[in-house]
Ligand binder design. Structure first.
Ligand code: URA
Length: 213
């Protein structure tokens, strides 16, 4: 699926696409799936943080003083949707090590596919922070929508949503529920199946990250 929506960003970088293909293969080991997810998350973090505000700072190099650039403002808040968000979180933290981290625990009721919350812990001073919510799969969109609604109640400066694989149904649902939230994804796959899995997808991201299949 291609999209002209300026808030839906498909990251087509060759390294991202190559690694995603390796992850999709059913014979990828748990170890390689996890390693690839970590590498992919680092590459995606580079794109997602492209518009972070900068400030000028005065520094001394060994040769002279100069005005140089640094990232401005309060530390980013990365919010991982448990449990599969952890896989992306680790890669983001390798690139943005000072970020603060929030967790939201949601599981999908297998009958209704609705998100049920069991854990919520966010960094302090959320109104001064930009937030990046991470979850590898944007399927029905229920978890992402529920997580973002909870985070919005804390009035952060901005929210972005990052996933590895999405589908037209999930993208449409999230855009409708939270039109102000930009989506970053490495792929928009064909469709959801009746069990809420993305086709062709990569299977259950949590099981593949943690080897719990
Ligand atoms: N969650 C997953 O882990 N995989 C899917 O395909 C959909 C939701």
């Amino acid at each position: 699926m291609s999209t002209t929506d300026p808030l839906v960003n498909v990251i087509n970088h060759p390294l991202v696409q190559h690694k995603l293909t390796l992850m999709r293969r059913k014979d990828a080991s748990t170890n390689s799936f996890r390693t690839l997810l970590n590498e992919l998350a680092m590459l995606m973090a580079y794109e997602v943080t492209r518009d972070m505000p900068m400030q000028d700072v005065e520094i001394e190099t060994p040769l002279e003083s100069m005005t140089a650039k640094m990232i401005d403002g309060k530390k980013l808040a990365l919010v991982s949707i448990l449990r599969a968000g952890t896989g992306i979180l680790d890669g983001f933290l390798s690139v943005v090590p000072g970020a603060r981290v929030g967790h939201i625990g949601l599981y999908r009721d297998p009958a209704t596919l609705q998100a049920v919350e069991y854990y919520f812990k966010m960094p302090k001073e959320m109104p001064e922070r930009d937030v990046i919510v991470v979850d590898p799969m944007l399927a029905t969109g229920h978890s992402a929508i529920a997580a973002i609604s909870r985070i919005k109640a804390l009035a952060p400066k901005s929210i972005k949503f990052v996933c590895l694989v999405s589908c037209p149904e999930g993208v449409a649902a999230l855009r409708a529920a939270h039109p102000d939230v930009a989506i970053f994804t490495a792929a928009i796959d064909r469709q959801l199946n009746d069990h809420g899995y993305i086709l062709p997808g990569l299977g259950d991201a949590g099981d593949r990250i943690f080897g719990t299949q």
